[in-house]
Design a binder for this molecule. Structure first.
Ligand SMILES: C[S@@+](CC[C@H](N)C(=O)[O-])C[C@H]1O[C@@H](n2cnc3c(N)ncnc32)[C@H](O)[C@@H]1O
Length: 246
């Protein structure tokens, strides 16, 4: 459990409440200062402009989208603050070879309906990849099988959640559905634990963690997305306070 909240790292958070801390900045500067976390769940910038998504055509380009470097560096640095034998989920096909993790398992997010992008193709894309793995820093331990899940926890690798309706989103081109993120958080962490998303965008991971009664640290380089994420968290927090949940 992180002792002080928001974490005492000498960086002023953009937003903080009992469960959420958002830092505005480059995750490569902030990650080395963070305390250990219990789960990494992230949707990094890389090729998202090429993932089929009609919303992308109308919205701003994402920083770091044209090179894999920022994504890989951010993930590597996030692993350095993840506790041993804990889980990491990474949206997209980021190359994770050579990292101190167990062989990634490819999960499919089935969006249930095809995208409206590239209408000339016979197949409309209706899925996205999510890589799941466990952080096991020692190669010998990975070989021994540490980090493998008990078979009683086995389940199918297709997660079915409808894509977001473009009118219902918060103005971020790659916003993810909160129910999908809640399932990942619920499967891989416990109540009160801390989730980290170094590329938090409009804050969907933060909201999912809030609703699952976890803490969450989000980092975002673009101030406009920090503002959207903070407003979404504040609104949810206020509504939960009103309902007497705090
Ligand atoms: C694919 S989007 C995440 C969207 C998010 N999953 C959501 O539902 O809103 C990736 C985000 O990473 C941010 N980003 C890019 N480079 C970054 C960096 N070096 N540090 C922190 N954030 C960065 C981008 O501005 C973008 O908002």
């Amino acid at each position: 459990m992180i002792k002080t909240w928001p974490p005492d790292i000498g960086v002023k958070p953009y937003y903080a409440d009992n469960q959420i801390t958002i830092y505005h900045g480059d995750c490569r500067d902030i990650l080395p200062k963070l305390p250990k976390v219990d789960l990494v769940l992230t949707d990094p910038p890389y090729g998202v402009g090429y993932r089929s998504n009609a919303r992308l055509e109308k919205m701003d380009k994402i920083i770091g989208d044209d090179s894999v470097d920022i994504a890989v560096t951010g993930i590597t640095m996030a692993l350095a603050v993840l506790k041993n034998n804990r889980h990491i989920y990474v949206f997209g096909k980021i190359p994770l070879g050579g990292l101190p993790i167990t062989e990634p398992v490819e999960l499919i997010w089935d969006k249930t309906t095809p995208s409206k992008g590239n209408m000339s193709s016979t197949y409309g894309i209706s899925h996205e990849y999510i890589q799941f793995s466990t952080y096991v820093p020692s190669q010998a331990n990975r070989k021994r099988g540490d980090g493998r899940l008990a078979t009683r926890l086995r389940r199918g690798s297709v997660l079915r959640y409808p894509r977001l309706n473009s009118r219902a989103v918060s103005n971020h081109p790659t916003e993810k559905p909160i129910p999908l993120l809640r399932e990942l958080i619920e499967s891989s962490s416990m109540l009160g634990e801390t989730v980290l998303d170094p590329f938090v965008g409009a804050g969907s991971t933060l909201l999912a963690a809030l609703l699952e009664n976890r803490r969450c640290i989000g980092i975002e380089i673009e101030e406009k997305y920090c503002e959207i994420a903070a407003n979404r968290c504040a609104a949810e927090t206020v509504s939960r306070i009103r309902k007497g949940e705090y």
